[in-house]
Design a protein around this ligand. Structure first.
Ligand SMILES: C[S@@+](CC[C@H](N)C(=O)[O-])C[C@H]1O[C@@H](n2cnc3c(N)ncnc32)[C@H](O)[C@@H]1O
Length: 206
């Protein structure tokens, strides 16, 4: 019997959330980066991984060689994400039909959709708290072409947001992109970024 998974709202992660934003992101990536770029992505607050797998699919489709570093502070969702088996859900059935993210619709043995290894092996999921210096010290400056932090800052104490944005600024490449949720704004927390589109920013280099 197919089962529905119950994930608290705090950990909601959706494949291709706000599709029109994904189309804009694709366009910006192609404008900025040649196919020879070894594309590095940092996915902050990845939850159970829908976004990381959406990113993997997108970069593969665009023809990039890429790696995604995905982190979340909650060990349970990180464990779920890294297994790459998603419980049945009508949304996922659509993703299964329209992409090759899932190779298999499970049966009596595997109760869910199984992620294609092509994508799974390109993502490293780990547990980390992005409000701590310990986490940021593990990352190299000027390394990431894309930082994704969608619907995560809303869960962070406001006094910690400038610290996180400052660190994102340091680890982004000069042409890097910062991908937020459509309705998310960062102007009041940092003057180091310029808005390109709703929810998409780039670092200002002085
Ligand atoms: C609403 S989910 C967003 C998931 C995903 N970014 C998306 O939009 O599909 C928010 C996630 O942020 C994570 N999060 C909140 N505070 C965090 C922190 N300090 N460090 C790492 N992850 C955090 C939560 O555990 C949760 O999984």
């Amino acid at each position: 019997m197919a089962r529905r998974v119950k994930i608290p709202m705090l950990h909601t992660s959706i494949f291709f959330r706000e599709p029109e934003m994904w189309a804009k992101l694709e366009k910006l990536i192609m404008q900025r980066y040649s196919k020879y770029t070894k594309f590095q992505v940092l996915d902050l607050g990845c939850s159970w991984g829908a976004e990381a797998y959406s990113l993997a699919y997108t970069l593969h489709k665009l023809g990039y060689n890429y790696h995604i570093t995905a982190v979340d502070q909650n060990p349970e969702v990180v464990n779920y994400a890294s297994k790459g088996v998603f419980k049945f859900d009508s949304n996922l059935r659509r993703v299964y039909r329209e992409t090759d993210i899932f190779i298999q619709e499970g049966d009596g043995v595997i109760q869910g959709f199984v992620v294609n290894d092509v994508y799974r092996q390109k993502i490293s999921f780990s547990v980390a708290d992005i409000t701590t210096s310990t986490f940021w010290k593990t990352l190299r400056r000027n390394t990431f072409h894309l930082v994704v932090i969608r619907y995560v800052l809303i869960h962070i104490p406001t006094e910690k947001i400038p610290f996180i944005l400052d660190n994102i600024y340091q680890i982004l490449t000069p042409q890097g992109l910062l991908f937020l949720g459509r309705s998310e704004k960062i102007e009041k927390y940092s003057s180091n970024f310029k808005k390109i589109e709703r929810g998409i920013y780039e670092p200002l280099r002085y």
